[in-house]
Design a protein around this ligand. Structure first.
Ligand SMILES: *[C@@H]1O[C@H](CO)[C@@H](O)[C@H](O)[C@H]1NC(C)=O
Ligand SMILES: *[C@@H]1O[C@H](CO)[C@@H](O)[C@H](O)[C@H]1NC(C)=O
Length: 379
């Protein structure tokens, strides 16, 4: 026992020296080639679908997944990911051959050399609009996530990567993917709440939401982002927490699915509309809606058997919960890979894997538009 600790510390030091030498200092644009990865890394912004633990550090946030059964199938156990295993970002990172999971911004240790392959700023419960998510206690809004990139990560990226000046850093930044996974909560936890301040039509609300997102993308572009992945929102009307509210309705709640479809069609159009305004940029729309809808319509050939119930025991509203999150140390279904949803809102790892794989590798313009993430990375 006494031997193992110094040894692993020794290895860690060697590893840190190795990565800081070969990963960064050699030249600031070479770090993707060192590990055989297809991109330098990912900067991730969004909500719980892509949050990998930022909310663990947010005081009084009730949108947390840092306890079992979350992470029951994740190599590091419960980490704050809102699923049983890996999320879409983890799998995308693996497909892009990134050497480790993208670190959590809110962890104070995510500084210095640890940010060479990007940072994840996403916060469960947050939305595109600042006020979305206020029902989850405190969350980190998308605008704040972008400020965290601008004010904390970006100033240290040049020195960390060993970039000599701003021109060289800009070339290096152009090789990272900027992944945006937000929007669902702006409907579920804002527009559709009885207490919502938004009384406009769904069409107007969606137009404004996309305009806000468009400004956020422009802001990132000003800061040097060149490759964007925009993740669509999934069929909100099919999630267990929503279906449980309308037990008399068979199938999914169409009003919510229509809202998601409307957002997604605007998001897909944005890819073409915004590109001329963002010199030297490329954007990819990544589908999650059709992937989940297709599984729900015909689950068995894809290996699924349960499409409407949560795999974990959710904390019910009558017990002080919200019908979304798993009960602490509650039971889970036995075959987690055969369920679409892990809790009342979030898909299982099996579904996350399909979303990531379809967006990364498939060539039909429905999964990723106008081309897939692998092609984006290699540009
Ligand atoms: C967290 O909640 C406690 C108790 O309600 C409160 O005193 C404290 O100010 C809150 N902290 C933040 C950062 O909101
Ligand atoms: C930045 O550094 C590169 C490589 O050393 C050099 O060629 C270039 O002229 C520099 N640009 C500026 C604006 O200093």
């Amino acid at each position: 026992m006494t031997q193992t600790k110094p040894n692993s510390l020794y290895l860690l030091i060697i590893f840190t020296l190795f990565t800081s030498f070969f990963g960064c200092s050699c030249c600031c644009t070479c770090n993707k080639h060192v590990h055989g990865a297809e991109t330098s890394g990912m900067f991730v912004f969004g909500s719980s679908l892509v949050d990998n633990g930022n909310n663990n550090y947010v005081e009084n946030s009730t949108a947390r997944a840092d306890y079992l059964p979350y992470g029951i199938d994740f190599p590091l156990g419960p980490s704050g990911r809102f699923t049983n295993g890996k999320n879409v970002i983890d799998t995308l990172g693996k497909l892009l051959k990134l050497p480790f999971f993208i670190p959590v911004f809110a962890n104070p240790e995510t500084r210095g050399v640890k940010i060479v392959h990007g940072v994840n700023y996403a916060s469960g419960g947050s939305g595109i609009l600042d006020e979305t998510g206020s029902i989850s206690g405190r969350v980190i809004s998308l605008n704040q996530q972008i400020r965290n990139f601008e004010e904390v990560s970006l100033p240290s990226l040049g020195p960390v990567l060993g970039c000599e000046n701003a021109t060289i850093l800009a070339q290096a930044l152009a090789d990272y993917l900027f992944v945006m996974g937000s929007g669902g909560n702006d409907y579920l936890m804002n527009y559709f709440l009885p207490t919502s301040i938004h009384k406009s039509s769904l069409e107007d609300f969606t137009t404004n939401l996309i305009a806000e997102l468009s400004n956020q993308i422009k802001k990132l572009h000003q800061l040097g982002a060149r490759k964007f992945v925009l993740i669509s929102i999934y069929p909100l009307g099919c999630i267990p927490v929503v279906k449980a509210k309308f037990p008399q309705i068979e199938g999914c709640i169409e009003t919510l699915n229509q809202a998601a479809s409307l957002f997604n069609s605007h998001l897909k159009s944005l890819v073409d509309l915004i590109k001329p305004e963002l010199p030297n940029s490329n954007l990819v729309y990544l589908d999650s809606y059709d992937v989940i809808r297709d599984i729900i319509q015909d689950p068995v050939p894809k290996g699924f058997t349960e499409t409407s119930k949560a795999c974990c025991e959710v904390s019910l509203i009558t017990e002080g919960g919200n019908g979304i999150l798993c009960k602490r140390k509650g039971k889970t279904c036995a075959k987690r890979d055969s369920f679409v949803f892990f809790d009342g809102l979030h898909p299982t790892e099996a579904v996350n894997n399909l979303i990531a794989l379809n967006g990364y590798a498939f060539n039909l313009k429905t999964e990723a538009y106008p081309f897939n993430v692998e092609q984006l990375a290699k540009l």
